[in-house]
Every structure is written in structure tokens, then in C-alpha cells.
Design a protein around this ligand. Structure first.
Ligand code: BES
Ligand code: ZN
Length: 672
């Protein structure tokens, strides 16, 4: 019974089952991009806006400046959310209620609250504890189905209303992956985890799914297995219900919806630092602890020195099963991470420095929409590189990492085409699914912009700006122009008057809205040069490699070398390719970065003996950074094997990854 809702059962069921056509004009990968069809660059550039007003606007209200929400958050703002959810492993859904407390931004001008939703089954909605009139309107892509809740009397400005939604997630939920016990390493229990960034929180429960709105949270999560959530655990408040327990968490720092996170399964934990533990499957615990324990405190202390003290309490890492679609996700209190960082050589934990850095850039200070995503990721790349340089010895390390970033940026821009909208720092998202616009561009173009400001004013001055900026915008969201204003305000102070001309020379509009590469900086190439020198040697067909060529190198140096080889005008011969793999132990490497880079070289050389290895790797990792480029590579050289491998592993991949690979391979929904 669907209560007093205007949407009755039949229509509701139809809405949930009819797949909507994909709206995305292009499919782009994580960090490297495919030469897929893409929107005309000029079509989009004119659509970029600083903000739009939604419905009845009133002075002093913040404009709805996020094109990826259908909510009227100019009129109502979520202040607190209580999630009372049961994790149902039998039906593979979350069910229960979510209570959203919203503050009226108008003086009784708005008579309805509009929330985002995507394929959520809503049972009932109460307004201030009484039944309400509500309706789920038709779905449109990419933003989903808005839920309209009538507030007949409106509410005075500042008044808080309570919306209680009884709901269940459906099998079309894009935020959750459910694993059977057989799909886990110790086979002891099922497992589930969420991934809400960018706009998947709305597939868990109706909410104002925009990074421009922040809410505190209470989590009351019922499960037969251990639960992890993006709040501070309250173990003394756990309620034992016999077969199940209610796990409680609290998030007192207001966070945007995309940072809501849950996971549950046979999860064990071990300490890895003064403020940190690692959580993962019991079989993986020792290795994960070893990989992380030496660096967690160092990372935290380095970050705190650069910005200011960590404000979230604990900083823990949940190492997920291999289908986790990202390297890491900065869910507060518990960073979610791919198990590919547990490579036994501590060569991939830069991901943790990155996710930790988001505790300031992204989680405390948040881009107000996905159009300004560079404020999250560009700043985080900058902080990540500062943290790692401060631990691993300075400028050469920083520049080496920046060189890798520049190379990735060049490649992404080449693949998109240098006039493409998605090569801008600020990317129009009108009608665009953020997953489709996602690429290395906001990361590295953003990084290079932040770094250029650092060099322009000088490190000493910039280091004073960093805590000012993060202090000023803590617990808030901002756009690129507010960032600009903050920078100009800080450096407009009399003590910086000698910088006046330099500051005036910044081409803000060009930086924000130009397509293609930004000005190229001068790098300290000392750590990269050895990699290029070895690559040069491989240009000669009779070079005899030896393991000692690379034995003293870091994994990232080997990667830079492999990328240089991949860029040769002429592909390696099959013999050379096999000699490369053997001499440097690449196809046996536990480091998925190296393995993947090697397989790309092998596919370019048409070394058919490597294809099965590619297919095997595609069954072992679900991290999109590897999966999508490997599928595209395999698709080019052996489409049959690519399709077969995808079908074989379909259930292994997270729904977001599955959808993206379907687009990459041109596998239509209907043909399933
Ligand atoms: N927040 C991102 C992951 C993300 C971005 C998920 C957009 C969904 C939509 C995370 O912080 C990230 O950047 N992860 C990288 C880590 C790398 C840059 C060290 C990844 O997943 O590889
Ligand atoms: Zn990030």
C-alpha cells in the first residue's frame, strides 16, 4: 500500500522497471579517456552558469547552482539526517526510514519540498509526524525522479520541518554492490558496500543530493554482520537483537550526501596508527596492516602541518573486496579503498595520502557542484603531493609526481580533443551525468592551477593562504569564483602589496573556461630522466635487458618508463615485449598498476600470448582506472575475448563500473 502518495502501485512499478535511455553523450574513463563520440564543445560552453534560481526566489537565499539536483534547496536546506536502515542480505536491499530535518529558507513562500531520488521504493512520507501528500514525478536523465512533498502551510524562515520517509532500495540501485559469500575471499558471509559519489546517494534514499548542501548524520544500521559507516562509531551504543545488531555512528561535522557511506560483512580490524585502524576481511588483515601502519601517522602529521589539525576524530581505512570501482573514496572517518593498494611493497599507498587530504579539500571545503569538481580534486592532488614530498624528500619527488600528472593530462586532452568541454577546469554539467564527465582533467588541470598560484606568490606566502582558505570555507561549499574572491581578498592585504602586479596577471577566466592544456610549467626532471634514458635503450632492437635495470626503482619510476615505451612511435616487437615482461617481472607483479601498464604495451604489440593474462586481470580487479582502459584495449585487439570476459565477470563488477564498461564496449542494454 503506497499510502497517501499520489503515485500508485502500477505507475510506481513501471517507473522502476522501464530503463531510461542513456543520456550521456560520451563515455569517458577514469584517468584515461576513450575516443568515443562526445558533445560538441561549443554547444556546452555557453550553458555554463554561475547559478540559477529554482521556483520562487527570495532575496538572501542561495541560488540552486547545481545542475545535477532536482531539489529546491534554495527554499529548504537539510540540517540533520537520521538513517534507520536495515541491511537485508536476503533481498539485497536497504529498508527502513530516513528522517530529514530541513530548515525553511523562505518565509512561508515555498509550499513543497522537492528531493532527489533514483529508483527508490518509497512506502510512505510523513511531514512533522503526520501523513503527507507526496508524489514521485517522472524520471528524466541524468538526474532521476524528483519526490515532491507538499507543505501546505509552508514554514517560517528558519523553522525546521521533519520529513520521515519509509523506503527500500531496489535492484536498480546504482550505489550498492552486494556480494554473495562465494564472492568473498573467506566465503564466510555476504558483503555489501556503497559508493555515492557523484550522484548515487539518491538511489539509497530521497535527499537533497547536491554537494552544495551539508547535513549532520545519525546512523542506526541493523545488520547480522559488522557495519562500517561514514561516522564516528559508537560501539557502547550497539544494540544486540540476537541474530542482528544495531550499529550506531554519528557524524557531527556536516557533510554532503555524496559522503554518506555504508559497508557490512565479515570485517575485522587492526590498529595502524595513533588515530587509525584498518578494517578488511580477516584473511587480508595482516597484509593490510603491514602496508599501512608505517605511514598513517606520518601522513596525518604532514597534512596537519600543511593545513591545520584534523577535525574528524579518527581516520580509518576500509579495504574493500576487489570489485571496489575506485582507488579510494574519501568517506569521512573510513576511507574506502581498493585492495590493489595492498601490493606488498607500499608502492601504492599514495592513494591513502590522497583520500586523507580530502579531509580538508572536499570533505570540509566542498565544491558546490560537479562543475567545480576541480576544487575538490585539484586541491587534493596538490595536498597529496605536498604530503608525500614532505615525507619522501622534497621537490624532486613533488615534481616527479607532477610530471606524471602532466603526462596524464596531455593524454586525456588528446583523447577528448583539445576543444572538448570536458577539458575545461569548470565543466558545464547541464544534462550531463557527472560519471560521464569524470576524467583526469579536474585532477591534473586543477592541480596545475593550484601549483601555478603557489609558484606565483611563492611557497612561503602560499603556505599562509592554505589554512586561511580552508578555515574560511570549512563546513561550506563554494564555486570557482568564490575561490578566486578568497584568493584576491587574502593577497589584497597590504603586506602582499609587492605581489600586486603578479596577482593582476592571473587569467582567471582563461584558467576556468579554456579548453586544452594550460601553460606548461618547468619541472625538475631528475627522477624522471633515468626512466626516459632506459626507455631510449629499448628503442634499439638488440638491447638486452636485465632485472637490475629497474631493481632500485620505485614502482612509479617503472610506470613512467613503461608509459614512455607505450608512447614509442613504433610498437615493440612481440619478442621485445616478452623480454620486457620477463626481465622486469611485470606480468607476475602484485602491483596492478605495473601489470596493467605492461598489458597495454603487450596489446599494442599484438602479443596474443598476453591476452589471456589481460582477461584474467579483468576478473581480478574491478577498479575502473584499470578495467575500462583494459577492456577498451582488449576490445580493439580481440573483441570476442573482451565481450566474453565482460559477460563472465558482469556480476563481479560494481553497477557503476558495469554501466561504464557497457558504454565503452557498445553493449546495448536491450541485448542483455
Ligand atoms: N573522490 C574520488 C573518487 C571519485 C571521484 C568517485 C568521482 C566518484 C566520482 C577519490 O578521492 C579519488 O580521486 N580516487 C582516486 C585516487 C587517486 C587520484 C590517488 C582513484 O580512485 O584512483
Ligand atoms: Zn580524490
Amino acid at each position: 500500500m503506497w499510502g497517501r502518495g499520489l503515485l500508485r502501485g502500477a505507475k510506481f512499478a513501471q517507473q522502476l522497471s522501464s530503463p531510461s535511455p542513456s543520456s550521456s553523450p560520451s563515455s569517458r574513463s577514469l584517468f584515461s579517456v576513450a575516443a568515443a563520440s562526445s558533445p560538441s564543445p561549443n554547444l556546452l560552453s555557453s550553458q555554463f552558469q554561475r547559478g540559477r534560481w529554482f521556483g520562487s526566489s527570495t532575496a538572501n537565499m542561495a541560488p540552486v547552482r547545481d545542475p545535477n539536483t532536482l531539489s529546491n534547496y534554495d527554499a529548504w536546506r537539510t540540517r540533520h539526517t537520521t538513517a534507520n536502515l536495515k541491511i537485508d542480505f536476503t533481498d539485497k536491499c536497504l529498508r527502513g526510514s530516513v528522517i530529514i530535518e530541513l530548515e525553511s529558507q523562505t518565509d512561508k513562500a515555498s509550499k513543497e519540498i522537492i528531493l532527489d531520488s533514483s529508483y527508490v521504493a518509497v512506502n510512505s512520507i510523513k511531514l512533522n509526524s503526520a501523513p503527507s501528500t507526496w508524489e514521485i514525478k517522472a524520471r528524466t536523465e541524468p538526474n532521476g525522479s524528483p519526490v515532491h512533498i507538499a507543505v501546505p502551510e509552508g514554514a517560517a524562515k528558519g523553522e525546521v520541518v521533519k520529513v520521515e520517509i519509509e523506503l527500500a532500495t531496489t535492484d536498480k540501485c546504482t550505489a550498492l554492490q552486494w556480494l554473495t559469500p562465494a564472492q568473498t575471499s573467506n566465503k564466510a558471509a555476504p558483503f555489501m558496500f556503497s559508493q555515492c559519489q557523484a550522484i548515487h546517494a539518491r538511489s539509497l534514499f530521497p535527499c537533497q543530493d547536491t554537494p552544495d548542501v551539508k547535513s549532520t548524520y545519525d546512523f542506526n544500521i541493523t545488520s547480522p554482520y559488522v557495519v562500517v559507516a561514514s561516522g564516528v562509531p559508537l560501539p557502547e551504543e550497539t544494540k544486540d537483537l540476537g541474530e542482528e545488531k544495531v550499529y550506531k555512528f554519528q557524524q557531527k561535522v556536516p557533510i554532503p550526501s555524496y559522503l554518506f557511506a555504508l559497508s557490512s560483512g565479515d570485517i575485522a580490524s587492526a590498529p595502524v596508527g595513533k588515530r587509525s585502524c584498518v578494517c578488511t576481511g580477516p584473511n587480508e588483515l595482516k597484509e593490510s596492516q603491514w602496508e599501512l601502519e608505517g605511514d598513517m601517522d606520518k601522513f596525518l602529521e604532514a597534512a596537519e602541518k600543511i593545513v591545520f589539525p584534523y577535525r574528524w576524530g579518527e581516520y580509518n581505512v576500509l579495504v574493500l573486496p576487489p570489485s571496489f570501482p575506485y582507488g579510494g573514496m574519501e568517506n569521512p572517518i573510513f576511507t574506502f579503498a581498493t585492495p590493489t593498494i595492498i601490493s606488498g611493497d607500499k608502492q601504492n599507498i599514495d592513494v591513502i595520502a590522497h583520500e586523507l587530504a580530502h579531509s580538508w579539500s572536499g570533505n570540509l571545503v566542498t565544491s558546490c557542484s560537479w562543475e567545480h569538481f576541480w576544487l575538490n580534486e585539484g586541491w587534493t592532488m596538490y595536498l597529496e603531493r605536498r604530503i608525500l614530498a614532505s615525507i619522501h624528500g622534497g621537490d624532486a619527488h613533488f615534481d616527479f609526481s607532477a610530471i606524471r600528472g602532466w603526462k596524464a593530462l596531455e593524454e586525456a586532452i588528446k583523447e577528448y580533443g583539445e576543444d572538448h568541454e570536458f577539458t575545461k577546469l569548470c565543466i558545464s554539467h547541464k544534462g550531463i551525468d557527472p560519471d560521464d564527465a569524470f576524467s583526469t582533467v579536474p585532477y591534473e588541470k586543477g592541480f596545475h592551477f593550484v601549483w601555478s598560484l603557489d609558484r606565483l606568490v611563492g611557497r612561503q606566502n602560499f603556505d599562509k593562504f592554505i589554512p586561511y582558505y580552508f578555515g574560511k570555507w570549512s563546513n561550506k561549499s563554494l564555486d570557482s569564483y568564490e575561490f578566486k574572491d578568497t584568493f584576491l581578498e587574502f593577497f589584497g592585504a597590504p603586506e602582499y602589496s609587492d605581489l600586486k602586479d603578479k596577482i593582476a596577471s592571473i587569467d582567471w577566466e582563461g584558467r576556468f573556461h579554456s579548453t586544452g592544456l594550460p601553460p606548461k610549467p618547468e619541472f625538475d626532471t631528475s627522477l624522471a630522466d633515468v626512466c626516459y634514458e632506459l626507455a631510449e635503450k629499448w628503442k634499439s632492437k638488440d638491447f638486452t635487458p636485465s632485472p637490475s635495470d629497474v631493481s632500485s626503482w620505485t614502482g612509479n619510476q617503472v610506470l613512467v618508463f613503461l608509459n614512455a615505451v607505450q608512447d614509442f612511435e613504433e610498437a615493440l616487437t612481440v619478442e621485445q615485449c616478452q623480454a620486457l615482461g620477463k626481465a622486469y617481472g611485470l606480468s607476475e607483479s602484485k602491483n596492478a598498476e605495473l601489470k596493467a601498464a605492461y598489458y597495454h604495451i603487450a596489446m599494442r604489440s599484438k602479443d596474443t600470448s598476453a591476452y589471456q593474462g589481460v582477461a584474467d586481470l579483468l576478473g581480478e580487479v574491478g577498479r575502473m582506472k584499470f578495467v575500462r582502459p583494459l577492456f577498451r584495449g582488449l576490445n580493439k585487439v580481440d573483441r570476442e575475448l573482451a565481450l566474453e570476459t565482460f559477460e563472465k565477470n558482469r556480476e563481479f563488477y560494481h553497477p557503476i563500473c558495469r554501466q561504464m564498461v557497457e558504454k565503452d564496449l557498445g553493449v546495448a542494454e536491450a541485448s542483455k
